[in-house]
Design a protein around this ligand. Structure first.
Ligand SMILES: [Zn+2]
Length: 163
């Protein structure tokens, strides 16, 4: 004997006929609903859209991050953006632009890491560059310097090699 499958029926709240906005004294707006999502009349829906587009989300999204040079910073910003969007506190279009910008920032991270590695390599190569310049000032030809560099790592110093 199999139990009959039960189907869950969720009843959504009926769309209100009148605007859900209340005045500071508690009186409800009597205009008809024009935006079923928010349950507001055209006037209050427009005011809500304006508030969302003008709201300042610097603290929620950026905090004290100066530059977005790590995936962690960008992830923090995206998380804050998702929270604002889930709470319906930010205009979806504005959130989409911010998410797109975060995506662009994430895409530049690998290039920045490569740049940092290249900078590190340049710094590591300074001793040989200094040595090459010193050899040039001593009158060693550039071809001889290239031959010295191709033969392998230079000895630690001339004084150690002679003693
Ligand atoms: Zn209203």
């Amino acid at each position: 004997m199999n139990p009959k499958p039960t189907t869950a029926i969720t009843l959504s709240a009926p769309t209100p006929l009148h605007c859900q906005q209340r005045s500071p004294s508690g009186r409800r707006c009597r205009m008809a609903v024009s935006d079923p999502v928010s349950g507001l009349c055209f006037r209050h829906a427009a005011l809500q859209r304006q508030r969302r587009s003008e709201a300042n989300f610097v603290d929620a999204l950026i905090g004290n991050v100066e530059e977005f040079h790590s995936a962690e910073d960008i992830n923090h910003c995206l998380g804050g953006l998702l929270k604002l969007l889930a709470r319906n506190e930010i205009a979806p279009r504005r959130a989409a632009v911010m998410a797109y910008t975060c995506n662009l920032l994430l895409r530049t991270l690998p290039a920045m890491e490569q740049q940092e590695k290249a900078d590190d390599m340049f710094i590591c190569d300074i001793p040989s560059a200094v040595r090459d310049r010193a050899l040039l000032s001593l009158g060693v030809s550039p071809e001889d310097i290239r031959r010295i560099n191709a033969s392998g790592p230079a000895p630690a110093s001339d004084s150690e090699a002679s003693s």
